[in-house]
Design a protein around this ligand. Structure first.
Ligand code: H2B
Length: 95
């Protein structure tokens, strides 16, 4: 069972992930992405899916044409964990 981050741990982690927003209701982090077109957006989603599969940690997400919204939280921890921070960091590195 993975632990939820404490408030202090979350604050430190989010300082290094300025594009991500904490959503307190879910204890999740979210980021909106905009691409040139659907192909670019779906290519990005494909790359994220490979990260998610490798990490066995999966995003909640949606796509509308060239926009992708990703929400990361850890269901097993009922909130934000280091796995979400690691996934957000890896996603940012794809851009
Ligand atoms: C058995 C498997 O490791 C778990 O169900 C994983 C899969 N992917 C997951 N993804 C996310 N976001 N949270 C989880 O708690 C989670 N758990």
């Amino acid at each position: 069972m993975i632990a939820k981050l404490t408030d202090a741990e979350r604050a430190t982690a989010l300082a290094a992930l300025p594009a991500w927003t904490h959503e307190p209701q879910r204890d999740a982090i979210t980021r909106d992405f905009k691409f040139a077109d659907f192909s670019e957006a779906f290519g990005f989603m494909t790359r994220v899916s490979l990260l998610a599969h490798a990490a066995d940690h999966h995003p909640e997400w949606s796509n509308v044409y060239n926009r992708v919204t990703i929400l990361l939280t850890t269901h097993d921890a009922d909130g934000l964990s280091q796995r979400d921070v690691d996934m957000a960091t890896a996603i940012d590195a794809l851009l």
